[in-house]
Write a protein that binds this ligand. Structure first.
Ligand SMILES: C=C(O[C@@H]1C=C(C(=O)O)C=C[C@H]1O)C(=O)O
Length: 391
């Protein structure tokens, strides 16, 4: 193995205990933390959440910490317990150099001993057909349906090395590694729910996707078809409209383009919209207040939100837990950054669970949605160095 990747992987762990290293790396900040001073595990939607966040920060300040932070993960369903901690140790520094592709660890390879999807291919298609028939009967416009892939690998995963590989392969992503109770949630998300810095906020919803190709012509063609697809623009618009509707009552000034742009990850093309807004200077909402307004967007859930969420609960055979939830951090001033937990895996020794979803709208084709979710899993399969054809 290249010596540099080893150095790089161990520098990420910073000689801290690797089991509980929290990392979040964006274009703006690299946040690393470990240890637990205080834990906050109530649901974000609990009535007491705001009070408890304030109490946590007050206690830190009383102990001489001038700007403490909370880090962790928030589940897709905010009625479920969040996993937030005030760490013993943390640092917020400039993001790592994003030109890391030379660090790609070609010797990092895992073999798959067992794998299974939930739902199975047949059941996934059936789940989509059910939603398509619901569209014909009522006001439902979009539902994001997902599958998980459970893998048993030939050996336990070296998490710092996996993290280094994730970062090297996906230099522009939001990288994260979040210790959960019995596993680690780790990935390279392309999607930012919200960043708040002072009275400026920024969100970057994605929706509308196409698989990328190794062949340059085929890849360009895939991008072009996506950009010209009315179905994908519709899917995308529902997300942008929902975010704007949530933000409009709380912001002073909003800046958003009429039309989405195309962005790419190493495995996917997406339609993308940058949303910037300015908050009032008096009593601005905190990043958690904004999360409560916006999450889950129709990029992860659907339109209308509550109905879509009920259909997801009824149709998906798996619990999403933190998948399609949020990962990130916030400080006592109400600033923070929260990416959406997609293109990620839950890892525990040699057991790995991958997740991928796709927005279903009336023009969706069930098999295309299956293929899209499989293509989204490529990000993590590549990061593990899995060569077997499991998707
Ligand atoms: C749900 C996922 O991706 C989301 C769904 C997308 C879509 O339906 O086109 C695109 C990007 C993400 O907002 C995922 O990657 O698992």
């Amino acid at each position: 193995m290249d010596a540099t990747i080893q150095d790089y992987a161990s520098s990420l762990a910073l000689n801290q205990s690797q089991d509980d290293l929290f990392l979040f790396n964006s274009n703006f900040n690299l946040v690393r933390a470990n240890g637990i001073r205080q834990r906050l595990t109530i649901p974000v939607l609990a009535n007491t959440f705001h009070k408890e966040v304030q109490a946590v920060f007050k206690k830190e300040k009383a102990q001489g910490k001038s700007n403490p932070i909370l880090v962790g993960a928030i589940p897709f369903d905010m009625n479920q317990a969040a996993q937030l901690v005030v760490p013993e140790w943390f640092e917020i520094v400039k993001p790592l150099d994003r030109t890391l592709s030379s660090f790609v660890d070609k010797d990092f390879v895992h073999h798959v001993c067992e794998h299974s999807f939930a739902p199975s291919h047949v059941d996934f298609l059936d789940m989509i057909e059910q939603v398509l028939s619901i569209f014909e009967r009522g006001p439902l416009k979009k539902v994001v349906l997902s599958k998980i892939l459970k893998l048993t690998l030939d050996r336990n995963v070296d998490v710092p090395r996996l993290l280094a590989n994730i970062m090297a392969q996906n230099p522009s992503a939001y990288h994260f590694s979040v210790p959960l109770e019995n596993s680690i949630l780790i990935g390279a998300s392309p999607e930012l729910l919200i960043r708040k810095q002072g009275n400026k906020i920024f969100s970057n919803p994605l929706a509308g996707s196409a698989k990328r190709f190794g062949n340059a012509d085929a890849d360009r063609q895939a991008a072009k078809s996506l950009f010209n697809s009315a179905k994908d623009h519709y899917e995308h618009r529902l997300v942008v409209d929902a975010i704007l509707a949530s933000l409009l009552p709380v912001v002073e000034c909003l800046n958003v383009r009429e039309e989405p742009s195309l962005i790419s990850t190493p495995t996917m093309w997406h339609l993308s919209t940058d949303i910037e807004a300015t908050l009032p200077t008096v009593n601005p909402p905190s990043v958690f207040d904004l999360i409560k307004q916006i999450h889950p967007t129709p990029a992860m859930c659907g339109t209308p939100t509550l109905q879509a969420q009920r259909h997801i609960e009824a149709l998906e055979p798996h619990q999403r837990g933190f998948f399609s939830g949020l990962v990130g951090w916030c400080d006592a001033e109400g600033n923070g950054e929260w990416a959406i937990a997609i293109r990620c895996a839950e890892v525990s020794e040699n057991k790995v669970t991958l997740f991928a979803g796709a927005g279903v709208v009336p023009d969706s084709n069930p098999e295309s949605e299956w293929l899209e979710t499989s293509a989204k899993m490529r990000t993590m399969l590549n990061a593990f160095g899995i060569k077997e054809d499991v998707i």
